[in-house]
Design a protein around this ligand. Structure first.
Ligand SMILES: Nc1ncnc2c1ncn2[C@@H]1O[C@H](COP(=O)(O)OP(=O)(O)OP(=O)(O)O)[C@@H](O)[C@H]1O
Ligand SMILES: [Mg+2]
Length: 232
């Protein structure tokens, strides 16, 4: 479904992601783990078209989308949920969700699905998004992406700013999405949660893939245990 080949991308002519190759098959959930500044967000921005790669290729559903602007790529069914969420704080929850379908209107069945996934939002549709808690804003951000009916959801650190209990709840919602057949690629610093959810993972360090393996093997890998799971 997604093939990233030798992608190099960065800022102002300086690459911070160097020659990353990564694939996601339909129905798979794949994790990108790595420490602060490893290049996870930059890689995702390069994949979804928010940054232009200096080298390499991104193929989505068999189509070369390299160099295409983000709005075009998202229309093909690739939705990106940034760690900062980028909600419109002065607009209501309902309006924020509806923007996922922009310039169209949200499909009622999809809206129902989103509200069944996040029942807390159903009672808050007319609340301003800016007055929601971090966890609730995360639900709105994921919900808005789902309203666009994506086939691949790219999530950048979905647990940013969430207390452990809420982070776990966020991953339960992601597990539901997985069981519904949605394909997921996610960057995460809460490595145990990410490895429990996903089939495979990539370890990114200094903008390069250091390791790629099944999530189960990554969980057992001594280096991963030391660096990301705090186990010596
Ligand atoms: N807008 C920007 N302009 C210039 N450099 C940037 C910009 N955003 C990130 N960088 C640099 O690119 C490198 C990779 O950053 P990136 O945000 O991709 O890492 P990350 O793995 O997502 O980290 P984190 O886990 O902290 O979110 C860092 O050295 C960072 O300073
Ligand atoms: Mg990041």
């Amino acid at each position: 479904m997604l093939e990233v080949e030798e992608l190099s991308v960065g800022y102002l002519g300086d690459d911070v992601v160097h020659g990353v190759t990564l694939t996601v098959a339909p129905g798979e959930a794949v994790a990108v783990i790595g420490s602060n500044g490893a290049g996870k967000t930059t890689l995702f921005r390069g994949i979804c078209g928010l940054l232009t790669a200096s080298h390499g290729r991104v193929t989505f559903d068999g189509e070369d989308v390299s160099g295409q602007p983000a709005h075009k790529i998202s229309r093909r069914g690739l939705a990106f949920v940034p760690a900062e969420r980028h909600l419109f704080p002065g607009m209501t929850v309902k309006e924020n969700l509806a923007l996922g379908a922009y310039p169209g209107r949200p499909d009622p069945a999809t809206m129902d699905f989103v509200l069944s996934l996040f029942p807390q939002l159903a009672d808050r549709l007319s609340q301003h998004a800016g007055t929601m808690s971090g966890g609730e804003q995360q639900m709105v951000a994921v919900g808005r992406a789902l309203v666009s009916r994506p086939r691949l959801l790219l999530l950048d650190e979905p647990t940013t700013g969430l207390a452990p209990k809420l982070a776990k709840a966020a991953y339960e919602a992601l597990a539901t999405l997985r069981s519904e057949g949605l394909t997921l690629l996610l960057a995460e610093q809460q490595v145990p949660l990410a490895l429990d959810l996903t089939d495979r993972g990539y370890v990114l360090e200094n903008g390069r893939v250091q390791l790629e393996s099944s999530s189960e093997e990554l969980r057992r890998n001594p280096e991963v245990r030391r660096a990301y799971l705090g186990i010596t």
